[in-house]
Write a protein that binds this ligand. Structure first.
Ligand SMILES: Cc1cc2nc3c(=O)[nH]c(=O)nc-3n(C[C@H](O)[C@H](O)[C@H](O)COP(=O)(O)OP(=O)(O)OC[C@H]3O[C@@H](n4cnc5c(N)ncnc54)[C@H](O)[C@@H]3O)c2cc1C
Length: 307
């Protein structure tokens, strides 16, 4: 029986793991990988203490930090996917896809979120045939070509900036007039001569033969249906929380994120905390996720000492 099981190895889970080690909580950190969502980013420029770091290097630092503090207090189970979380007689039972079972008095869910798929005609048919969800994985394949990015958040603009290094042109399509992305990132993209931005436009169909040849979208000002000739379409249309394994146990909001008390990261179930992008936290950022993880451990520590 562990004091604590942390599910997830992104900034929330890793920060929690480091704090748990320092507080001598007997912990198991179970995760598919260490690093989290921004591992695909070429350059993270707002991780405090580091003016610029790649997602891959940040993930390496996460692992180095865990290895430096874990001793025999924190055990890492990397490469394990949690498929269920159940309440038992004196704590909780976590089961993984590989059939392993782990018991813990307390659980911290830090399983983050994954990419939302583009739900328009042709998106499934042309996935990996021009439609992609990862600029750093697939960007170089579109070297010298015209590509589109769908989405006006930070992820959309960061994707556009990455693609500008290879593509002939990048057109960012956004359904609203204003962007959710940080103004500094928007300005950086706008300043590039090969960048074009189309706002108030609703993507409606991916056009293609064997591979993508274009994107059909509706101009929301004129109502006109327009076509954009591109061979690559990079979708950054939001995220879906990785919370299926806790369905029916903890309370969710309308989009399957775990409801937490922002003072201490407690969920609706005593003994379960949640941190980072898996929660109904308003803002999703690496520093915030790490801070949530730390906050949760401070509270878990006091709770474990009392129970
Ligand atoms: C392309 C991109 C670029 C970004 N750039 C920035 C940036 O520059 N600055 C910034 O602050 N934020 C950035 N973000 C947002 C930031 O990455 C997230 O807010 C942050 O990663 C959330 O951390 P987290 O620990 O809550 O979850 P995640 O990072 O999503 O980590 C979740 C962890 O849980 C594991 N996991 C998931 N499900 C399971 C399961 N069932 N069983 C076991 N393990 C599981 C995953 O393997 C992963 O280790 C970016 C996001 C993306 C997608």
């Amino acid at each position: 029986m562990h004091d604590l099981i942390i599910i997830g190895g992104g900034p929330a889970g890793v920060a929690a793991g480091v704090y748990a080690a320092r507080k001598r909580l007997k912990t198991l950190l179970v995760t598919e990988e260490i690093g989290g969502q921004s591992v695909v980013s070429d350059g993270i420029e707002n991780w405090i203490g580091s003016p610029k770091i790649s997602g891959v290097d940040l993930a390496k630092l996460f692992k180095t930090h865990l290895d430096a503090v874990k001793g025999d207090i924190v055990t890492l189970a990397i490469g394990e996917r949690v498929v269920s979380l159940e309440k038992g007689a004196d704590g909780f039972l976590v089961k993984t896809k590989a059939g392993k079972e782990f018991a813990g008095k307390a659980v911290l869910i830090a399983s983050g979120a994954g990419r939302r798929k583009l739900g328009i005609s042709g998106a499934d048919t042309f996935e990996n045939k021009g439609v992609t969800y990862c600029a750093s994985c697939d960007g170089p394949l579109f070297s010298g070509q015209d590509v589109a990015v769908i989405g006006g958040g930070n992820a959309g603009f960061e994707t556009a900036l990455q693609l500008l290094a290879y593509a002939k042109s990048v057109t960012l399509i956004h359904r609203h007039k204003d962007f959710k992305a940080d103004p500094i990132t928007v300005e950086k993209a706008r300043a590039h001569p090969n960048m074009r931005i189309i706002t108030h436009a609703e993507p409606i169909e991916i056009m293609g033969e064997q591979f993508v040849i274009g994107l059909k979208y509706s101009d929301k000002d004129s109502g006109e249906i327009k076509e954009l000739a591109v061979s690559g379409i990079f979708a950054e249309v939001g995220v879906i929380p990785n919370t299926e394994f806790a369905d029916g146990l903890v309370e969710f909001d309308a989009i399957q994120r775990i409801k937490v008390d922002p003072h201490n990261q407690r969920t609706s179930v005593e003994g379960i905390w949640a941190a980072g992008d898996a929660t109904d936290e308003l803002y999703h950022q690496n520093n915030i996720a790490a801070g949530d993880g730390v906050k949760a451990i401070e509270d878990i520590y006091l709770w474990i000492k009392k129970n």
